[in-house]
Design a protein around this ligand. Sequence first.
Ligand SMILES: [Cu+2]
Length: 160
Amino acid sequence: MKRLFMLFGLLLLMPLQAMAEIIVEDAWVRLPPPVADTAAGYMTIRNHDGQDVEITKVTTAIAKSPEFHTMQMHDGMMHMQKMEKVVVPAHGGISFDPGGNHLMLIGLTRALETGEHLMITLETSDGQSVMIHAEVRDMRGGDHDNHESNDDQGHHGMHH
Ligand SMILES: [Cu+2]
C-alpha cells in the first residue's frame, strides 16, 4: 500500500518536471499516398533554455518506428539518414522542412485522414516529454516535392 502512495506522489510531480523549455511549432504530417506505410512530418523545435537539449526518443501510436531523418549528399545523391538524437541548440532551434530534415513515421498503424491531429511525444535526455499535435495536410496539387512517393520507397527498401 505504501508503495502505491509513493508511485502516486511521483506521478503528481511529473507535470512540474515537464515545464518545458522545448517548444514545438507548426507541426504537420504530409498525407501519404493511400498504399504507403510511411509518412513524413515537419515542425520547428525551439529551445528557450540556456543549454542545448537533446531529443533522444520519439513515440507515437500512429507509427511503429518514428525516426528523425536528415538528408545527406553521398556520391552525388541525396540520402536520408537516421538522426540518433536531435540536438536543439540553447536559445535556438532546429527545423524540419520538406526536402530537408524530417520526422519519418515508419510503419503506419492505420490510414491517415486530412485534417486530423496526430499525437507525437518527444523525450529529451534530461527527462522532459513534449507532446505534439501534428495536423495531417494534403499537399497534392500544391508543390511538386515528391519526396514521399519516390524517395521513401527506396529508403524503406534500403534500411528496413
Ligand atoms: Cu526519411
